[in-house]
Ligand binder design. Structure first.
Ligand code: T1G
Length: 697
């Protein structure tokens, strides 16, 4: 059971927080702190108390694993713990090292004194969860570091090194001597406090004044208006900090509590908390223990120096891992390397990269025309043409030259990884690593696990993903894996909406207004409509039962591939990505509807959003019940980090829960009845969850 350790050092009681990995302030730990304070108070031999954490963390704040469970509110809740600490008749010193954030930092503000070592990370990150500091942070922080510094910390949510607060009233002492030994320094400080009979400092008693506060807070509200987007938390943070100035402490605390509870109940905060826990959950593979030893990845090989190969290469160079990049022709290789250098030079011009870093990264990049140069590579990723025969040739060559234990990865976006693995004699070393373009920018990495892929290969790839700062989500093998399999139906439904009367611009605008980064038709023009066309032609043969609107094919037959051909669903001026609605497309659409005998009807934005987003939900539920995805939040992480799904809606699966799965299922049945498309029958998983009164996430 996690809790605290209580130990006497002379006349000082040391209460060590002990709830790995980051001393999340869960119920047991909260009880342990109160018990320690009570024990210290009752013991006449104890003259002072030190609260300390581990090297890694004083505390990472409220225990996110308890979020939403009754335990997170159970008394003693964090407010009660802090009140008990603050009311302690003996001096309580917080010894701050490592991570000290959220409720952890608020706990230190309830202590009478605080000492810190360099390199500790101080933050009030609640805003990133759609919340505000709910254990007194909005009331105590302004009293101890001043209104502006407190508001900056609360609105940014970003960690600040403890050195920045050196010499401010936040820390009564900065432990540098004693070799930075925090406990020793804290004990020496506690002895000093006792010896000097220092009065106990309670931050709640500090009166703050801020002349012209009205204007300052109005300015702050205007500033956040431009960046808050759909999130209410920034405005509540400002209101709560302003209350620290305009209300007595206890009333300010009540106001903060009311704001916190209100934010906890918002869909936006639920979405952010879902994304936070979902990102961490995605890194866990149910049947691969966390301690599975990973293979060493010291050298990487990338096949293909085009857009994808170059972007993939940059991820590893940025993480300090040397890469050998292979192409078939010197000209293509030179172009690929030059493009990488250009990219880094642009970053340098923007002040995001130093010349030294640029040289260091380019120094880790070598080019080759020969597979033989991959013989020392620990991980080889191919990003060649999306054609199974090309993959076959590549993997047969890799099988012949790669060293035993090398991981062979395909960047395929839809092809069968099991088939690819079976081109080699080492299917256990083959895995899919599906990057999203631009590969050095997009956070998502779909890790496609073949039937034979070894567990340590999966553990290794997940570890590599973290090192190259990707959000890795494991997918099983199916056509399109998770993201593209779902987007296929989203695009299919969008095509039918055009047949029924909508225009490309109306569909795109409706979805972009709802929050999608880019509507399906603008996205098609960006990626290239010929890519979708090739996939549909394959599907017409492989899955003739799936119905598609044929208008997209007509567009492609006229070479309207999108930005790369100057026109697609929209028109594009040379060198300009701005999508201009094209009357020619509207005329083509009208003729096409006539051909089909369809009388166009007015379609509402709401129907456009429902049909496109519920298409993602229904296919996502099928992916879940087939075990292609391990959990609903994995599917949401894919859409949040790879497909421009709005963060404040938490992903298609969470969104379905927000709407109410019962309502979503009813709409699906209506679509099934009106369209006659079997796709719209609610997935069995949805039907079951609705019958059981359960949600998807
Ligand atoms: N509670 C419990 N576990 C936590 C945790 C937390 N607060 N934060 C992280 N973990 C786990 C995480 O799940 C992972 O577990 C491991 O720690 C390492 O995390 C009232 C209500 C602390 C800077 O928002 O920012 O306080 O997967 O991989 O890169 O006002 O985690 O290993 O089993 O991220 O070293 C406010 C969120 C809560 C902090 C560490 N606190 N966490 O980063 O490791 S709200 C936060 C982080 C609050 C009060 C309100 C980071 C980190 P596992 P990691 P890291």
């Amino acid at each position: 059971m996690s809790s605290t350790n209580y130990q006497l050092h002379g006349s000082t009681a040391v209460i060590t927080l002990d709830n790995p990995p980051v001393n999340g302030l869960g119920y047991d730990l909260r009880c342990g702190i109160v018990a320690g304070i009570d024990q210290a108070t009752a013991d006449p031999a104890v003259k002072a108390v030190v609260l300390i954490g581990s090297d890694r963390a004083f505390s990472g704040g409220a225990d996110i694993r308890e979020f939403g469970s009754p335990k997170s509110y159970a008394e003693p809740n964090l407010l009660t713990v802090i009140r008990i600490v603050e009311a302690c008749p003996k001096p309580v010193v917080a010894a701050i090292g490592g991570v000290c954030m959220g409720g952890g930092l608020e706990l230190t503000l309830g202590c009478h004194f605080r000492v810190a070592i360099a390199g500790a990370s101080i933050a009030l990150p609640e805003i990133k969860l759609g919340l505000l500091p709910g254990a007194g942070g909005t009331q105590r922080m302004p009293r101890i570091v001043g209104v502006e510094a407190a508001l900056n910390l609360i609105l940014s949510g970003n960690p600040v090194p403890s050195e920045k607060f050196k010499g401010t009233p936040l820390f009564d002492e900065f432990i540098e001597g004693n070799g930075g030994d925090l406990l020793k320094g804290a004990l020496a400080f506690a002895d000093k406090v006792v010896a000097e009979k220092r009065p106990l400092k309670r931050i709640r008693d500090i009166r703050i004044d801020y002349p012209g506060q009205e204007a300052f807070f109005q300015f702050s509200r205007n500033m956040v208006k431009g960046v808050a987007g759909p999130f209410p938390a920034p405005f509540k943070c400002i209101d709560a900090v302003q209350a620290a100035l305009t209300k007595p402490f206890d009333e300010g605390m009540k106001f903060e509590r009311a704001c916190f509870i209100e934010l906890m109940g918002t869909p936006e905060s639920r979405a952010l908390r879902h994304a936070f826990t979902g990102e961490r959950a995605a890194s866990k593979i149910p049947d691969v223990p966390d301690d599975t030893p990973a293979r060493k990845i010291a050298r990487v090989g990338v096949i293909g120096a085009g857009t994808m190969g170059g972007g993939i290469t940059m991820n590893f160079l940025n993480a300090g891992i040397p890469v050998t990049m292979l192409e078939m022709k010197q000209e293509a290789l030179d172009k690929g390397i030059a493009t990488i250098r250009k990219n880094y030079e642009n970053s340098m011009k923007k002040g995001k990269l130093t010349q030294e870093k640029l040289d260091q990264r380019m120094g880790m990049l070598s080019g080759t025309l020969s597979y033989d140069d991959f013989k020392d590579a620990d991980l080889i990723i191919e990003a060649v043409f999306e054609e199974i025969s090309v993959k076959e040739a590549v993997f047969k060559q890799l099988d012949a030259i790669a060293k035993p234990g090398a991981i062979l990865a395909s960047n395929t976006s839809t092809l069968d990884v099991n088939k690819i693995a079976n081109f080699t004699k080492r299917p256990q070393d083959v895995v899919g690593m599906h990057f999203f373009s631009p590969a050095n920018v997009m956070k998502l990495l779909e890790v496609v696990r073949g039937a034979a892929t070894a567990k340590d290969v999966m553990a290794t790839v997940m570890q590599v993903a973290k090192k190259i700062k990707k959000t890795a989500v494991v997918s099983g093998v199916c056509d399109g894996f998770i993201g593209n399999r779902m987007i296929e139906h989203y695009g299919r439904v969008a095509g039918f909406l055009l047949e029924e009367g909508a225009t490309p611009a109306q569909v795109d605008k409706a979805l972009e207004k709802w929050g999608m980064a880019m509507g399906p038709f603008r996205m098609g023009d960006l990626a290239g409509n010929d890519i979708g066309w090739a996939i549909r032609k394959r599907r017409y043969v492989e899955k003739p039962s799936i119905r598609y609107a044929k208008f997209a094919d007509k567009l492609c037959e006229q070479g309207r591939y999108g930005q790369k051909t100057g026109k697609g669903w929209y028109l594009y001026q040379p060198g300009n990505r701005k999508a201009i609605p094209d009357p020619e497309v509207d005329t083509m659409l009208e003729a096409y509807r006539k051909e089909l005998g369809i009388t166009p009807r007015k379609i509402s934005d709401a129907e456009i959003v429902q049909r496109c987003i519920y298409a993602l939900v229904n296919e996502g539920a099928r992916i879940l019940e087939e075990g292609i995805a391990a959990r609903a939040s994995d599917i949401d992480m894919i859409y949040l980090t790879g497909y421009g799904f709005p963060l404040h809606r938490g992903g298609p699966m969470l969104y379905a829960d927000e709407v109410g799965l019962y309502n979503v299922a009813r709409s699906m049945k209506e679509f099934a009845a009106t369209s006659g498309d079997a796709f719209w029958e609610p997935a069995p998983l949805i039907a079951k969850r609705v019958a059981d009164g359960k949600s998807l996430t």
